[in-house]
Write a protein that binds this ligand. Structure first.
Ligand SMILES: Cc1cc2nc3c(=O)[nH]c(=O)nc-3n(C[C@H](O)[C@H](O)[C@H](O)COP(=O)(O)OP(=O)(O)OC[C@H]3O[C@@H](n4cnc5c(N)ncnc54)[C@H](O)[C@@H]3O)c2cc1C
Length: 464
């Protein structure tokens, strides 16, 4: 049953735009910062290769097992460096995240992913072969010697096994079968794996043994990486959560299987957030506190209130429908680069697949009339059109056009049919699309084939 309070809250979010004094947009993305960061990582890689080369002499290469020793050492150095790069890619440094978005950072994280683990496996095998050649013994005998008597080798080997396990769990086919939470816990072992591997590099690496300067430099690079991860993955979210002290005020049914969670917090007028951004939300109640899931804000904040709208899908999203008022909430974010700041043209077309409307609706709140938005909402049935009146109200305020494509695909057609039919000047607009991954991929491919430039397409798939 809806109460008077509930109606008042709903009305706050239904008002077409938040007041100007209630808005503080996210800082503008600065692509130059991301380019400098990428340049620094490439330079670091070159530095590591030079370090590996300089630590070997021509004579070292000519002794028995010398070539394998060099190749194994180099694979280890580069592999370790790339493992640190992987940590940096998922550390969510805000200045970089603002440019690439989570999608972009994760794409790079997945692209780089296979290299550090394979290089470290190659390192372990080839170094063992090198030592076996030098000592004229067998591979397994040398492996036993390594594990039994070399400093820190046992810990490093356990670290490598953990890395391989986490790497295997990330392979596409396996990841899709695994519960996301299991995959996430396995991934946490990466941190432990790296910590276990640290000491053996300094104790045994030819680039470091007897070279206090390179030892100090390597330790500094590791400490800096750990500092970045701790600051942005843990410190900043903790500070934000404590600053805003969010609590659930109400859970409101929007449509069958869709609820809005309304939260209240302190100082939300100071939260810098743009329409289209999301948080990883951690609801601090029994059974939920240990997992954080991404949900977009479905409206810009109306201090002291904030809102997310969720389609119930699996165990987490279903549990949100049962949240009790007063439940404290911790947040990581805001994240996401699918915001008005990404726009290259004045005019936009916004496409929402199902629950993807949450992003599109909050992006709309950030636009002005010059955007002349064409909004296309796709849903399989009328009752799956969520936040319908709010979206229509915003489109009216912005003098835009709203198209609701409801029904089976055989009736509405795919994006390569509906985009040119509904948007005459498609190439003159930026295209924003959010929703299920398959839908987003299809719209992006259709837009590309219809001549929309890649940099004018901004997309957020609600699935990683
Ligand atoms: C950037 C982003 C914004 C999103 N915004 C919204 C929104 O506004 N409203 C909404 O209803 N849904 C949104 N989602 C989707 C929402 O995060 C998932 O539906 C939810 O996490 C599913 O969890 P579950 O336990 O209910 O279901 P599960 O059965 O565990 O998962 C269902 C699907 O969601 C994906 N998923 C599960 N957990 C996560 C996670 N922690 N991170 C990324 N993907 C995950 C899984 O890959 C799976 O395909 C968003 C997703 C992303 C990536």
């Amino acid at each position: 049953m809806t109460t008077a309070v509930s109606e008042r809250l709903a009305a706050r979010f239904a008002s077409p735009m938040p007041r100007r004094d209630e808005r503080r947009a996210a800082p503008a993305p600065r692509p130059a910062v991301a380019k400098v960061a990428a340049g620094a990582l490439v330079l670091g890689l070159a530095g590591v290769v030079v370090l590996g080369v300089l630590s070997e002499s021509r004579a070292d290469l000519h002794v028995r097992g010398g070539v394998a020793m060099f190749a194994g050492g180099m694979a280890g150095l580069v592999g370790m460096y790339l493992a640190l790069v992987q940590l940096l890619l998922i550390s969510r440094v805000p200045q970089v995240e603002r440019v690439l978005g989570q999608d972009g950072l994760l794409r790079w994280h997945r692209r780089v992913g296979p290299f550090p683990i394979s290089l470290l496996v190659v390192h372990a095998v080839v170094i063992t072969v090198a030592f076996a050649q030098a000592a004229r013994t067998g591979f397994f005998h040398e492996l036993g010697v390594f594990l039994g008597s070399y400093p820190d080798m046992l810990a490093a080997s356990v670290g490598l096994l953990l890395m391989v396990a986490a790497g295997v769990a990330s392979l596409g086919a396996l990841r899709r079968r695994m519960r996301r939470e299991t995959w996430w816990v396995l991934h946490l072992y990466m941190y432990l794996a790296l910590a276990l591997s640290f000491a053996h590099v300094l104790a045994l690496g030819p680039s470091f043994v007897g070279h206090p300067l390179t030892q100090a430099l390597w330790a500094l690079v590791w400490a800096a990486t750990a500092g970045v991860v701790l600051t942005y993955r843990f410190g900043l979210p903790l500070v934000r959560s404590l600053r805003h002290r969010l609590r659930v005020v109400e859970v409101r049914k929007e449509a069958p299987g869709v609820v809005s969670v309304i939260l209240a917090g302190r100082r939300l007028e100071r939260l810098r957030i743009s329409g289209g951004q999301f948080f990883a939300w951690r609801f601090l109640s029994r059974g939920l506190w240990w997992q954080a899931h991404p949900y977009t804000v479905s409206a810009l904040p109306r201090p002291p209130y904030l809102r997310l709208t969720v389609r119930t899908l699996g165990d987490h999203s279903q549990a949100l429908a049962r949240l009790r008022p007063g439940t404290p909430v911790a947040v990581e974010g805001p994240y996401g680069a699918v915001t008005r700041a990404a726009r290259r043209n004045q005019k936009v077309v916004l496409v929402a697949g199902g629950i993807g409307i949450t992003s599109i609706r909050s992006v709309l709140e950030d636009l002005d009339r010059a955007a002349r938005p064409v909004v296309i909402v796709r849903a399989p049935s009328e009752d799956r059109l969520v936040l319908r009146e709010e979206t229509a109200g915003l489109v009216r305020t912005l003098d835009g056009t709203l198209h609701e494509l409801v029904g089976p695909r055989s009736k509405t057609g795919g994006p390569s049919r509906f985009l040119p039919r509904l948007v005459e000047d498609l190439e003159e607009r930026d295209l924003f699309v959010c929703g299920p991954k398959a839908f987003v991929d299809e719209v992006v491919a259709a837009a590309r084939s219809l001549g929309v430039r890649r940099r004018c397409i901004h997309h957020e798939a609600y699935q990683w």
